[in-house]
Design a protein around this ligand. Structure first.
Ligand code: DDH
Length: 286
């Protein structure tokens, strides 16, 4: 067992866990990033509910949300880290796993601070339906992300996480990867959005997505309807163009915006300590 607060030791164990030869593309990295994002992406600025604090996904109300299908794999992988470092909260472990995975897969360093608690206030549990619906378009994602406090540029930067991982027909119903190296963080997603011809395809399960056949690698790549909307909406498109051209700028902006996502709903004092995690009546400790 490591010393309380030794996040370096936790980081090392998360990094060592990423390689998973029998799982997906051989890495748990992408699903860790999605776990971190979904744990935080329920935040609503107006009511100050949701967000990564509290690790609400441990409970059926949030964990069983169809939008979170598949994330139980990420949580199960991370159990061994929690057993080894029992002092870390799930809320910190899940957000840190995303940040470590991005770095290990070649992405930017993302500032990360601990201090989240696993304290759940029932009155602050997010209702389902706060995460984006991939079948929709630009208005929908703008509405979802502005609720969290993100502007158009930040939405596009965040969407660049689709450089990683894949869709699974038994999770979301969509199928396939966005890029050919889905365990390597880059700006390839933006380049492919602009350079390939994306054709609408109706899958056997009736779900509509966009596909392109890549002759060089003989693979089929995919885009979600929401991904395509980043190129049909002029305000989003200018940032897709920016990030397709300028990888360093994408890395820089992604780092800032992913940090902002991880911090949604968390109030810290000057020393960085979380001040709003434990002060709500009517909740319970796990
Ligand atoms: Fe995503 N995402 N995401 N996504 N996402 C899926 C997979 C992954 C949407 C829908 C889906 C972000 C934004 C959006 C990752 C990270 C991020 C899947 C497939 C769907 C569907 C799930 C499955 O079948 O397993 C939509 C819609 C949006 C949006 O509207 C903008 C953001 C902001 C992030 C982020 O991390 C910042 C990652 C990583 C994956 C791959 C997961 C895996 O298991 O592989």
């Amino acid at each position: 067992m490591s010393k309380q607060g030794d996040f370096e030791a936790v980081r090392k164990d998360i990094a060592a866990l990423l390689k998973q030869p029998g799982y997906d593309d051989g890495s748990a990295g992408p699903v860790f990033v999605r776990l971190a994002w979904h744990s935080a992406g329920t935040y609503d600025a107006e009511t100050d509910t949701g967000g990564s604090n509290g690790a609400g996904m441990r409970y059926e109300a949030e964990g069983g949300d169809p939008a979170n299908a598949g994330l139980q794999h990420a949580r199960a992988f991370l159990e061994s880290v929690k057993e080894k470092h029992p002092w870390i909260t799930y809320a910190d472990l899940w957000t840190l796993a995303g940040v470590v995975a991005i770095k290990e897969m070649g992405g930017p360093t993302i500032p990360w601070k601990g201090g989240r608690t696993d304290y759940v206030d029932d009155s602050k549990l997010p209702p389902r339906g706060r995460l984006p619906d991939a079948a929709q378009g630009a208005d929908h994602i703008r509405w979802i992300f502005s609720r969290m406090g993100f502007n158009d540029q930040e939405i596009v930067a965040l969407s660049g996480a689709h450089n990683l991982g894949r869709c699974h027909s038994d999770r979301s119903g969509f199928e396939g990867a966005w890029v050919n190296s889905p365990t390597r963080f880059s700006n390839q997603y933006f380049r492919l959005l602009l350079s390939l011809q994306w054709r609408k395809k109706i899958l056997k399960n009736g779900i509509v997505q966009f596909m392109n056949y890549d002759e060089d690698t003989e693979t089929e790549l995919m885009m979600l309807p929401t991904d395509i909307s980043l190129t049909t909406d002029p305000s989003f498109k200018k940032y897709v163009e920016l990030y397709a051209k300028d990888k360093d700028r994408f890395f820089e902006d992604f780092s800032k915006v992913f940090d902002k996502l991880m911090e949604l709903g968390i109030v810290r004092d000057a020393s960085g300590a979380v001040t709003n995690a434990d002060n709500v009546k009517g909740g319970y400790h796990s």
